[in-house]
Design a protein around this ligand. Structure first.
Ligand code: GLU
Length: 443
């Protein structure tokens, strides 16, 4: 049997780091054992799901390099959920309930006031046919609850180890709303069954759902997949990440010039005690990946660390990789190798491209010095030995050395106080611009 994993985002927003982590880890686990990876769009919430978000999620996944073997949409599968509904009803596991939201709210408040857990009291389970008919006659439409076996559900979680959840203290979950639409649980389990999902990896906010899903799998006569629940990501201060989700959406990261591999490298390790390694592609990340390395403790996500990692990745990035990412006309390997150590994001390359090919206003403090230095610029083609020859001549002829020598030249030629090695920049900037900038002209 082929191992099958799935990532199941709801298209009610764009992906953020928390979802991306689950997508990546599912993808890595699938690839690790030669399994398949399904992208499932949980779009049963018709009011909040949009096509734009569904497409946006696919775009973000492609950007990360997480290709899926199958794409499924829950909105296409209503008939399958209806069939499962009938099956569960016939098995006596679903019962109609007629309470309104207000009535349920009132019950909950009363239980809380009496210091009782706010668990559904199964009143509807005791309704007689006559009582049910009376509700229907009133025009009430039932919602349907799944009758849980009141027992401890156990599984061996691939992250949390042995997990036991007592369903005796849980409310029977509502599977179908009074308007006939299924809520998350039923479609999720039915899809996992129908698609042959063998491994479910999701956030630890789903631990108690898993207990009731296991009961639903069994009630449908289906095999129960393996489960792993990853601790949620926290912000750098240990607070919840969700409040900052906006600033962490993948598309904002992309727009901010982050390389997808920085996100992949970081998210494959966050929550393990292993160091984040730098890899230029996903096959490198895959090599050292092991879901067994993840701990149950919450992992902190620090956007600053991500930026630093991004810079490190760029500093080692080959020209072959970089040329696909640079959105600049006419760049060369020489240019990339000269500047890659001085950028934090790929977009920073543009400013250095302007220094090399565009027009900048030189910083001039001592015009006389620059004028004299210009006269000593070596004749002929400039190469990466020219800077040394030039500055040696300036030192000998004009009697300046160290910072007093290098800084004015750098500032005149690049309009910056720091940056790439000047021996590499000199041939890239070229004689004409060098001479113009040394004479103080914008060039
Ligand atoms: N749409 C659900 C979520 O985003 C899927 C959970 C699951 O993996 O089953 O939380």
């Amino acid at each position: 049997m082929t191992a099958k994993f799935r990532f199941a985002p709801s298209p009610t927003g764009y992906l953020h780091v928390g979802n991306a982590r689950l997508a990546l880890i599912n993808w890595l686990c699938a690839k690790k054992i030669g399994g398949e990876f399904v992208l499932r769009l949980d779009d049963t919430d018709a009011e909040r799901s949009t096509e734009a978000y569904a497409l946006g999620i696919q775009e973000d996944m492609n950007w990360l390099g997480l290709k899926w073997d199958e794409l499924k949409k829950q909105s296409d599968r209503t008939a399958d959920y209806d069939a499962a509904f009938v099956k569960l009803k016939e098995a006596g596991r679903l019962y109609p309930c007629f309470e309104t939201g207000e009535e349920l709210d009132y019950k909950r408040k009363r239980q809380l006031a009496r210091k009782l857990p706010p668990v559904y009291d199964r009143t509807a389970l005791k309704l007689t046919d006559k009582e049910k008919a009376a509700f229907e006659a009133e025009g009430r439409k039932p919602h349907w609850r799944f009758r849980l076996d009141q027992e401890v559900v156990q599984w061996n979680d691939n992250v949390r180890g042995n997990v036991e959840v007592d369903c005796g203290s849980m409310s029977d979950p509502v599977l179908i709303r009074s308007d006939g639409r299924p809520l998350y649980h039923l479609p999720s389990v039915v899809d996992d069954v129908d698609f042959g999902i063998t491994h479910v990896i999701r956030g630890e906010d789903h631990v108690s759902n898993t207990a009731l899903h296991i009961q639903i799998f069994k009630a449908l006569g289906a095999a129960v997949p393996e489960f792993a629940h990853l601790p949620l990501l926290m912000g750098p201060d240990g607070g919840p990440l969700s409040k900052r989700e906006g600033s962490q959406s993948l598309r904002e990261m992309r727009e901010g010039g982050l390389d997808p591999m920085s996100i992949n490298c970081m998210l494959a390790r966050l929550g393990t005690s292993d160091n984040v390694e730098i890899h230029g592609d996903l096959s490198g990340v895959l090599e050292g990946f092991d879901i067994g390395r993840f701990s149950r403790a919450a992992a902190k996500f620090d956007p600053t660390e991500l930026k630093n990692l991004n810079a490190k990745i760029l500093h080692e990035m080959s020209w072959d990789t970089a040329k696909e990412k640079l959105d600049l006309e006419g760049t060369s390997e020489e240019f990339w190798l000269a500047i890659r150590g001085n950028i934090q994001t790929i977009d920073d390359a543009a400013a250095w491209w302007t220094v090399v090919t565009g027009s900048i206003s030189p910083i001039v403090e001592d015009a006389e010095f620059l004028k004299n230095a210009a006269k000593l610029l070596p004749e002929g083609d400039l190469d990466d030995g020219s800077w040394k020859i030039w500055t040696t001549a300036v030192k000998e002829e004009l009697g300046v050395k160290g910072k007093a020598l290098f800084m004015p030249l750098r500032q005149a030629l690049t309009a910056q106080g720091h940056g790439p090695e000047m021996n590499k920049m000199l041939p890239l900037i070229g004689r004409e611009k060098i001479l113009a900038r040394l004479s103080g002209e914008t060039a």
